[in-house]
Design a protein around this ligand. Structure first.
Ligand SMILES: [Zn+2]
Length: 370
């Protein structure tokens, strides 16, 4: 499905966003991380330096399912009715066959695989390895935000726009890198990373036609024939038509990366706390199941903390969006704290409540039935 013309093997063609964009995205992703992740956040320059490392690991003779080269894209529109395909890899292999799924690209599943590795590494306290894998994850998620990594017409080869891949992600980005910026935002816990990856990919795919039209427009305006090096006027016109959504894609990439890093960290820390309980190591950091549960109008959440600390208790919906802050205060240890939660205007459903101190996090689920 994806063949690389030999001429381009050593150019930026196969590199996902060019290395300029990958470096920018990995660096800026760290800006969104909460202070509680300070240890992993402080190595922001590391994530920038290794942002393109996965591109240099590609080995085109490797035919294993998660071979490096196939991790960087998915030609999602190669699947008929692609908005309604199952997301699970097993289902996809059953329907389309292993080799077809491999050929079309493994990007969404590579994201989840990489995320799981980060959780394991944090759980093992192997932070050096975790940072390296976090850097890789940043690369793959950024690739998912690049529209031309999410289409079978990845180089405009099907529509007379040959070469657009590199012109868009490298030529244009290099010319306009000083115009790139991001807005610092908050991370969110991603309940289903696989569905989240597909959401990003669908949005990217929807922008492919706009890039191809912009390419044709830029050629006409600049009078560039399409062979040789494009003149500056070509890139100016391409940026004029694609710059705003390209910036949006880059902003999305940084938030998505930070949110997935955060999700791995939360999951790893939640497991750590469960292990402590199982091993009967005395720990006064406890979060009890709300009572009653399921509940109708109001419920009580109780918890204890090991030392006087700043504590927040927040409620999230299934999409990981924060719904309510139940508590945000300095509290004493040695007593059972109780928070009464009135559901008021919330719809029925499953919610997560998350207790965070400066050192620890615990999460539990509750069910609201009206
Ligand atoms: Zn890539």
């Amino acid at each position: 499905m994806r063949c690389i013309p030999i001429l381009f093997l050593f150019s930026n063609f196969a590199f996902g966003w060019g290395s300029t964009a990958h470096k920018f995205i990995n660096l800026k992703s760290t800006y969104h991380l909460p202070e509680s992740m300070a240890d992993l956040k402080k190595d922001s320059l590391f994530y920038r330096s290794y942002a393109s490392a996965p591109d240099y690991r590609k080995d085109y003779s490797d035919t294993s399912f998660f071979s490096e080269e196939k991790r960087h894209y998915i030609d999602i529109d190669a699947y008929p009715d692609f908005k309604n395909i199952p997301h699970s890899l097993d289902s996809m292999m059953t329907i389309y066959g292993r080799s077809y799924v491999w050929d079309v690209g493994t990007l969404p599943w590579a994201i989840v695989l990489t995320l799981d590795s980060i959780k394991d590494q944090i759980l093992r306290h192997d932070y050096a390895k975790a940072e390296s894998t976090m850097s890789d994850l940043g690369h793959y998620v950024a690739d998912a935000t690049q529209p031309l990594h999410c289409t079978k017409n990845y180089d405009g080869q099907l529509t007379g726009n040959g070469g657009i891949h590199s012109r868009y992600e490298s030529g244009m980005i290099t010319a306009f890198q000083s115009s790139l910026g991001i807005v610092i935002d908050s991370v969110r816990y991603i309940v289903s990373p696989l569905d989240y990856a597909f959401e990003i990919i669908y949005k990217s795919q929807s922008l492919v036609d706009s890039i191809l039209l912009a390419d044709t427009y830029a050629k006409n305006i600049s009078g560039w024939s399409g062979s040789g090096t494009p003149p500056p006027a070509y890139y100016t016109a391409l940026w004029e038509k694609t710059g705003s959504f390209t910036q949006e894609r880059i902003q999305t990439a940084t938030i998505a990366i930070a949110s997935l890093w955060y999700t791995a960290w939360i999951d790893a820390n939640s497991v750590t706390n469960v292990l402590y309980t199982n091993n009967s190591i005395p720990s006064d950091f406890t979060l009890n199941q709300n009572f009653p549960n399921p509940f109708n109008a109001s419920t009580t959440i109780s918890f204890t903390i090991p030392e006087n600390d700043h504590v927040s208790l927040k409620l999230y919906n299934l999409l990981g969006c924060e719904v309510s802050t139940l508590l945000n205060a300095g509290l004493n240890s040695g007593v059972v704290h109780r928070v009464i939660f009135e559901a008021q205007n919330l719809p029925s459903g499953l919610y997560y409540y998350r207790l965070e101190t400066t050192k620890n996090i615990l999460i539990k689920k509750m069910m609201l039935l009206k």
